[in-house]
Structures are given as C-alpha cells and as structure tokens.
Ligand binder design. Sequence first.
Ligand code: C2E
Ligand code: MG
Ligand code: MG
Ligand code: MG
Length: 283
Amino acid sequence: RAKQDGAGRVVLFDPQMHAEALARLTLNGDLQRALALGEFRLQYQPLFRLDSGQPVGVEALVRWQNPDRGYVSPADFVPMAEETGLITDLGRWVLNTAGRQAAAWRRTQPDLGINVNVSGRQLTDPQFASDVERMLSDTRLPPDAVTLELTESVLMSDPKAAIACLRDLQDLGVDVSIDDFGTGYSSLSYLQRLPVDELKIDRAFISRQSPTTADLAVVRTIVELARTLRLRTVIEGIETEAQRNAMQVLGCDLGQGYHLCRPVHPESLLTGLGLPEPTWKAA
Ligand code: C2E
Ligand code: MG
Ligand code: MG
Ligand code: MG
C-alpha cells in the first residue's frame, strides 16, 4: 500500500512496512520448513476429575523449537499458520501424533482420553472428518477417547456452518469441547443446537489470586447451564489450591492447570502422574 510522506508526496517504499512484510514471509517459510524438518513437538497437559483427583485425559499442546529462533510459543505461530493455511497440515500432524501417543499410553492406562485443539480452518476443511476417521482406524482408538477442542469464537462466527461440520464429527463418535468458553459471544439459542459434549471454561474467570464473587457467579452460571444442556464442564488455568477447591464446590467436573500439572514432555507424563513407567518406548 502506498503512503504519503510529510510533503504530501506518495511514497511507495515504506521501510517499516517492508521489514514487517519480510519478517512475516520469513516466519511463514520457517514454519513450512519446520514441519518438513520435524521441529514441532507435542507436550501433554493432564485433565483431572475434581472430585476424585483421577486423571482422565491429556491435552496435546504444540511446541516449536527452532535452532535459530529458540522456543516459539504457539500463541505466536498458530495464528500465522491459520492465516497461511499451513494449520491444515500442522493440525493433521498434531492429530496423528497425539492419536498414536494416546494409543501407546492406553496400553497401560486403558481409560486415558486425548484432547486435540482444532482451528477453524481445519474444521471447515472438507477433508477434516475423514482425517479424523483415518486416525481412529490407524490407531484403533475408540472414538469416545478423543475430544476435539474448538474455540467458542470459531463456532459462533458462523454457527450454521459449524453445526454442519460438527454433525460429521458426532457421527464418528468423537467428543467436541468448546474451548475458552465465556470469552466469545455465544448465542444461547445456537449453543443449544450445537452438537457438543463439553464446555471448557476460560481461565480468565479464575485468573486472579482469589477469584472475585462476580467471577465465581459467572462460573456457577456456566456450570448450571452446562448441566441443563447435559454437557461436561472443564475449568482451565487452575493455579492454586483455593481455586481448585472453589471449582470443585461449584460442581465443575474436570480441571486443568499448573497447580494440578504443567504441560509435560511425553516421556515424563506417566511418572508425573505417579503412574508406573511402561516397558515400551513412548511414540
Ligand atoms: P488452549 O487450548 O486454551 O490451551 C491452554 C493454554 O493455557 C496452554 O498454553 C497451556 O499451557 C496454558 N495453561 C495451562 N494451565 C495453565 C495455568 O494454570 N495458568 C496459565 N496461565 N496458563 C495455563 P499454550 O500451550 O501456550 O497454548 C496456547 C494456545 O495455543 C492454546 O490455548 C491453543 O489455542 C493454541 N494451541 C496449542 N496447541 C495447538 C494445536 O495443536 N493446534 C491448534 N489449532 N492450536 C493450538
Ligand atoms: Mg485447548
Ligand atoms: Mg483453552
Ligand atoms: Mg484458553
């Protein structure tokens, strides 16, 4: 885009815009190369039942370790991958890798579930449901061991299209969770019609040292809504024992957060959970 300089002349070359565009192009190229070179890794963060403390599953969280850039946060590269469309390939890699890992863990932890984050671009990819189906048949995971996490904003930006995509997933038997719930603008009439199984309440509502009365009232309302709609509830971002207790009292089913367990490398998961080491090598 052309810009005007102070004297009113049109400047076609703006060094700062050029530098930004170049940086984005480079990042995009690096991301594509990273996928080809195998620089992405998954960490896994467990989800626990709040009443019994039982671990019920793990969420796969993608990591990028690059020789030049060092550690890059998914908050920085996932949006870029969504913009360029690379998320379709990256997301398929995450799905298959997490599926294989979960199948390996289930040889000693038969009930362990796996949660995979899915971006809007993947959901609307016509291939997505068949990718999930292939993963299920390759790994022989039972469909109900798999939960796909989609953010509230993705589902609500075009609820009618989302409902159609979610039906295919529901037919496969996998669970769907609405991630970061409470931060978007859910239409209650659509929420009722969305074929989902779980509301994952955003950590914003408990992010303070001790949640305010207003925060707790919001969580209580979401939990009651979920109960009415027969949906499971998860609260993310539990960082203190006080938060854990408050969420249990409110009747939240599952919890996740640094206080319970940080995201860990696959090799450390079973020991981190106090479970016996397997005799086989992790995928
Ligand atoms: P998310 O799915 O809502 O994941 C939760 C994020 O909160 C993770 O950050 C996790 O490490 C962090 N977290 C967990 N417990 C706590 C806690 O107690 N306190 C705080 N402050 N944070 C906690 P992470 O791994 O950096 O991921 C950020 C986001 O990137 C994810 O948010 C998700 O939206 C996206 N993401 C990560 N992996 C994938 C992926 O494979 N595919 C897609 N499409 N998105 C992904
Ligand atoms: Mg998530
Ligand atoms: Mg979340
Ligand atoms: Mg979140």
